[in-house]
Every structure is written in C-alpha cells, then in structure tokens.
Design a binder for this molecule. Structure first.
Ligand code: RB5
Length: 144
C-alpha cells in the first residue's frame, strides 16, 4: 500500500511522526511536501495530495495543516476524493466504515501525536461497510 502525506507549514512535526509510524507498520509513506517551515498555502498541498490519490498513483492520503480544516476542504475539491477531518477514534472509524474516505485530514496544532496515530491506525484497520446504502451515497458523491 502507498500512502501520500502532504501538509502546509503548520503540521511538519505531526506529519513526520505519522510518516515514521506508517513506515514502522511496513507501509510505503511518501511525503510530497511541504518540506520547510516557510509559510505556504494549504490549498496547493491539499489539491496535490488529492490528485496523486485520485490518479491511482497512491492508494490513500493523509493531509495536515494547522487545524486540518483548510487542507481537507482543498483535498475534497478534487473529483473522486472523500477526505474526512478526523478528531477522534470514532470519526476515524466512521470515515472508513461509512464514507470509505480515501484521505483523512489531521490538525498539527490541534491534535497530539499519540492521538493522531490512534486515529490513523483506526482508519487503516477499519473495513468499509460496503452495504448498498453506503455504496449508493458514495456513488452520489462521485457524481457531483
Ligand atoms: C496556517 O496558518 C493555517 O491557517 C492553516 O495551517 C490551517 O489551519 C488552515 O485551515
């Protein structure tokens, strides 16, 4: 499995910790930027992550900014992307089980590293429900 990671300057530490955790799990985790603390625009990075997931180049993505809000909005602008801002284990579960989110967003200034890792693991280790009501609704999202 290949996971793309992207962030603005507001989440570099959390992104590095999540990348290390994924690699410790044996998952290929590619940081596609940003790479410095220079102020940068989260829409660019959210779109870039959305594009590499929507194209199939990466299976899943994790986007991060200070709050996780802006970059989640940006990722969701890319057709085929279902990005969920995750702030609890319950939301991490639902993001996969109900919405089959192919990207999750995390807040570098709002989420502790230990919590973020729990959320990432819950999302990765949860199966999509796959039932007709969820498949139908995801189809509606894809058609927007
Ligand atoms: C950048 O200062 C900050 O606005 C950004 O990281 C994010 O929180 C936006 O939603």
């Amino acid at each position: 499995m290949k996971i793309a990671l992207a962030s603005d300057h507001g989440a570099l530490e959390l992104k590095a910790a999540v990348q290390k955790h994924l690699e410790d799990r044996g998952i290929e985790a590619t940081d596609i930027g940003t790479f410095t603390e220079d102020s940068t625009d989260y829409p660019f990075w959210g779109q870039k992550c959305g594009q590499v997931v929507a194209s199939g180049d990466h299976d899943l993505g994790i986007v991060l900014c200070g709050s996780g809000i802006g970059i989640s909005i940006a990722a969701n602008k890319v057709k085929g992307i279902r990005c969920a801002l995750v702030t609890s284990e319950e939301l991490a579960f639902l993001a996969k089980n109900h919405n089959n989110a192919n990207i999750i967003a995390l807040g570098g200034r709002t989420t502790e590293i230990e919590d973020a890792i729990l959320y990432v693991d819950k999302w990765l280790d949860t199966e999509f429900d796959g039932g007709p009501r969820h498949v139908k609704r995801i189809g509606m999202l894809n058609n927007m």
